[in-house]
Design a protein around this ligand. Sequence first.
Ligand code: ADP
Ligand code: ADP
Length: 227
Amino acid sequence: GKQLTLEACGKTYPDGTRALTPVDLTVAAGEIVVLLGPSGCGKTTLLRMVAGLDRPDPGGRVMLDGRDVTTLPIEKRGVGMVFQSYALFPHMSVAGNIGYGLRVQGWPKAKRKARVDEMLATARLEEFAGRRVDQLSGGQRQRVALARALAPGSGMILLDEPLTALDAGLREGLRAEIAAMIHAQGATALYVTHDQAEALTLGDRLVVMDKGRIAQVGTPREVYYAP
Ligand code: ADP
Ligand code: ADP
């Protein structure tokens, strides 16, 4: 995975909303960091800056493995993303969805097939490889979305409330599975949620945000059980 560093990343929207006061954050290679906090605290804004969907205010820098990517557009950043609603291609097969980005990147066919097979196995989706995505359950679709985000092996993935749209029973089962898939690929992950149970299960470290600031950083143990 890649190391992510945010240096003094603030964000004021054109209408004057101060979504983030300048924040500093380092996520180590292979670490899953969960961003936690109430609605409106700036989680999505922070994620969008890492994705390249938004730029920090002047003076802020986003670095991946020491390389300044602050002004690189999303398609050049090579960061995988998983959202609350799947944004998969519903008419395409599971394998087609997982391999889509590889095809866009021009991976040769044999290499693409090998990587798609590997991701199908990691996501336990082998038996569904040829099935259309619109014939899968919600949980299966999110496993496809994660497999697709991990497939190019860029080493950095962003997840924005990937389980929120699923029912409670399904959410619980998927938490550990998502963490296992990310760790198996050695990817670095920023994971946004407002669900504490999710944060506890998934996060190597938690970043608690409040009103555009980082209020607390620590392991789940430090954040929840500190004296
Ligand atoms: P969270 O993801 O924690 O719910 P957001 O990052 O979405 O928080 O929002 C942080 C703050 O920025 C909120 O006050 C929100 O209303 C505001 N905001 C988000 N996007 C925009 C935008 N495009 N223009 C103006 N204000 C925005
Ligand atoms: P192609 O790119 O060969 O036209 P698709 O877009 O349908 O095929 O699939 C994307 C990738 O997934 C390809 O590399 C293909 O070899 C592989 N693939 C397609 N169907 C399956 C399957 N049922 N099992 C395993 N891999 C598959």
